[in-house]
Design a protein around this ligand. Sequence first.
Ligand SMILES: O=C(O)c1cccc(C(=O)CC[C@H]2O[C@@H](n3cnc4c(=O)[nH]cnc43)[C@H](O)[C@@H]2O)c1
Length: 221
Amino acid sequence: MDIDLKSFRVLVMTAVQVEKDAVLRGLGNSDKFDVQLAGVGPALAAVRSTKALAAANYGLVISAGIAGGFADLAKVGTLVVATEIVAADLGAEAADGFLSLDELGFGSATIKVEINLANRITEALRAAGLTVCLGPVLTVSTATGTAATALARADQVPGAAAEGMEGFGVATAAQEQDIPILEIRAISNPVGPRDREAWRIKDALEALESAFAILKEVLHS
Ligand SMILES: O=C(O)c1cccc(C(=O)CC[C@H]2O[C@@H](n3cnc4c(=O)[nH]cnc43)[C@H](O)[C@@H]2O)c1
């Protein structure tokens, strides 16, 4: 899908206020963007995104925030731009592994992003000196807390770069209205054994702010 970057408004959904503040600092005084709170988790994110999309016209929706990064692909303090948004725990357990929604025949647990724009944004972020991984971003209702779950999720979605809790909810709301979607995440912690003390939220929020300062230029051009 080709979108006219000049004329549309952009809805950015973040889970919590500190993420929203970081995005707003990056955007400065741009009036092209509305930044709203999705809440934590895919269900609230879907409901709030649907409400926001009903209240105004948008040409692009971005799910943004901090996230866990998969080892070797996305380190703490770096950025991930989604190539696709995958509901990684939406399905059924079976004796020999996890069955996705697709395998169960109930639709798809993967939502495609606006890939040309994702590529352009990634190029611009890298040109500005930021470290960016382009890859699938998982949405989970339960954040990974063990090495075994991290391995299983990486195995389930080859190339999985990051894990957050809202993307698929925001993307489902956008998809229902045929509005292009992107997901941009700044990595606060590795996906793996839970160690809340080790989360680098300040570093991630700084990376998020830097990303939106660049993104604003890309979407204004
Ligand atoms: O305690 C804080 O200061 C704080 C600041 C910003 C966000 C939080 C959250 O805990 C929000 C949870 C949030 O973060 C995303 N996230 C981050 N790491 C992971 C992860 O490893 N797996 C899944 N989700 C992660 C997620 O999108 C939640 O919205 C706290």
